[in-house]
Write a protein that binds this ligand. Sequence first.
Ligand code: PRX
Length: 650
Amino acid sequence: MSDTHIYRVQPDWKREASIDNETYLSWYERSISDPDGFWGEHGKRLDWFKPYTKVKNASFEGDVSIKWFEDGELNVSYNCIDRHLEKRGNQVAIIWEGDDPSSHRKITYRELHEQVSRYANVLKAQGAKKGDRITIYMPMIVETAYAMLACTRIGAVHSVVFGGFSPDALAGRIVDCQSEIIITADEGLRGGRKVPLKVNTDKAIDIAARQSMSVRKVLVVRHTGGAVDWVPGRDLWLNDEAKAASPDCPAEPMNAEDPLFILYTSGSTGKPKGVLHTTGGYLVHVSLSHQHIFDYHDGDIYWCTADVGWVTGHSYILYGPLANGATTLMFEGVPNYPDNSRFWQVVDKHKVNIFYTAPTAIRALMGAGDEWVKKSKRTSLRILGSVGEPINPEAWEWYYNVVGEGRCPVIDTWWQTENGGILIAPMPGATDLKPGSATRPFFGVVPKLIDNDGNVIEGEGSGNLCIAQPWPGMMRTVHGDHARFIETYFSQYPGNYFTGDGCRRDADGYYWITGRVDDVLNVSGHRMGTAEIESALVAHEKVSEAAVVGYPHDVKGQGIYCYVTLNEGETGDDALRKELVAHVRKEIGPIAAPDKIQFAPALPKTRSAKIMRRILRKIAEDDFSSLGDTSTLADPSVVDDLIANRQNRH
Ligand code: PRX
């Protein structure tokens, strides 16, 4: 192998039925050369009400139509619950660990079945039907899992909105998918602080009403017991309704291509897009990948620390693990509450075997010091996963050596909301590891590197990461806007799905993701469009123009750097900086709060008035050596002023 830091597969990383290297290579080869045969076989891991006779009918050309298992019928909640009842009725399906370390719950598959059926009957009683969109704005509690699974049980399409989003952001998503029912909670709890979910929901409904969208029902889970406003007739306590509902609700047979969920995500332009996933191919992809990438075996305790408001929570807290009959842990809290040893305390408390988290958490805990880790035993740990952003080799090594004490493979998984499930990652018993590389493609995934001029890079080299062939778990469209789907993902490199990421392939065929090449930021693993933050800023009465770029940040991966031009007569001072940060928090949510704001009398523009972001990025990065050609700027002196007043001076 070419690179110096290689961790070979250790003999005890291979267990019975683990995929070894030969199996990986032969399965991978078949998945590419004979997708119908490969996926036709692996699709059988699910229970189908009506078996499929067709497997793949998908193309990246022309109108981009993606169908898998198109004549099969199944139900997601049936596959995640009912089919396990006979063998595992009394096995714990979900371990819930509360924000407060003294609170936890264990829900068996049988209990999950009963609660999900009750929730499904409540939804039906409120008029929800197959195909209806239902918005879920919830904290990390088991009731959120009940709500999502209940939607799938009756064929309703859920749109989960992360609890950290503001009323405005929530309203935009409610309006976009025309969701008449919202499921929420009185309040969430994170790190000892309350999150006013019902208050935010009430505000969002008012905002949506101004856009002629009327929300009929709000189903509220009583969680903290905090006081809430109530609209009689519209608002219902979901706990009470569920208790009164029947525990019997047959799962609705769904076509494999019926919509399963919508999840909004940011792109380089415009408003967040409603990424639409469908039923059959998605579930095959997430269950197969969960089993082999995490080398999941019966009886393992599996914990993914993501929030269910993101795709990682959908695919690898709920759907993948539950389809495999796993015990999955849901954590309400944060890594540093009550103190920095919380993750490892939870690992010991519940004997977690497989642990999956984000580099931003790893870096923050690494910064807090090894002593917090060493307070725990962590002897149950077998696999350590990473997701959401590039993991720097230092953080990888710390995760491997300090958290895992050199015993557990670090499984760096690269994928995106649009992908449904993991696309590039090692397998514990098969893949030698290189810190910082997501290593090799999952079954059915054909990565392709293409340079800016459209030339395909073969062998070693760097380029824009595309995927050359359709895979079962991929998104099918942008909800309500298929043209945007084609434009966003298939117009740059026709015939290929463009990921928006840059990537290097080394001499061993390993992939190294270098980060986004478009105007998308990744802040603490949260994906954000610079355009969204810019439009929030210019919505402020004192702002005339704004340009937002990312800059390297030790813990967050990227920080948010905003260049702001004020209206005539306004003065940029610290008070206004604070006001603008508060304004962005209100418009989008706390995750989008700017880290740096630089007031700029003017922004660097070409003569055709296009902002030269490349220059702004370099200044934000404190790198003036390679500003490139500034002669095409309408006023090159703007750049000197920006450098002189930059916010990153040390
Ligand atoms: O830039 C890549 C980064 O996160 C983006 C996708 O974000 P999102 O849709 O929110 O999904 C995150 C969780 C699946 C990608 O375009 N990203 C995600 N995982 C990795 C990563 N970058 C490098 N390495 C990863 N393992």
